[in-house]
Write a protein of this length. Structure first.
Length: 174
């Protein structure tokens, strides 16, 4: 019920917004547009005692004139939270900088997105208390109407968390 409520509210907020042409030359944002809900999730490295279900991840994208808006739930147990971000095209090809984030990022966090071939990839960089950089990376691909994703949290070459899964596009009738 919670996901249906989220989907309904998201669709209401997106109503009346025209689709913009896809940005970037290597891939298209249009294939990612919509509300996607977890179908299966495979946790490869997680802290002991943490449970993860298929519906723990959902993802919504709305293409805008200069980029896209995105809402998702972070998968990290370092700080799980629902994030809403507005991305705009940068001067660098197929790269999007964040224009606004809710909740606001900490001073030590940086968020950006890239189209890498046919994948939409989000990066969230942060510094821990010892000034070590951690990178959360979400890579999304769409094929045959299904989305796959891979999330990794790494510190240098060490992978701290890794989650893979499939999402399906929500079908909502208003």
């Amino acid at each position: 019920m919670r996901i249906l409520t989220f989907t309904f509210l998201l669709l209401i907020s997106l109503a009346g917004v025209a689709n913009a042409p896809a940005l970037g030359e290597s891939g298209t944002l249009g294939q990612f547009q919509g509300v996607w809900i977890g179908d299966s999730v495979i946790s490869q490295r997680r802290p002991q005692g943490s449970g993860l279900t298929a519906r723990d991840f959902d993802f919504a994208v709305r293409q805008t004139k200069n980029g896209f808006d995105m809402t998702w739930k972070s998968l990290s147990h370092q700080g799980p939270r629902r994030i809403r971000a507005q991305f705009v095209a940068s001067n660098e090809r197929d790269t999007f900088t964040v224009h606004g984030v809710d909740p606001p990022l900490a001073r030590t966090e940086t968020l950006w997105a890239k189209m890498e071939e046919d994948r939409l990839v989000l990066y969230l960089s942060s510094l821990d208390g010892n000034q070590r950089e951690r990178i959360a990376r979400y890579a999304f691909s769409v094929s045959n109407g299904r989305m796959t994703f891979k999330y990794t949290l790494s510190e240098g070459d060490l992978v701290l968390e890794s989650v893979e899964g499939r999402l399906f596009k929500a079908k909502v009738v208003l």
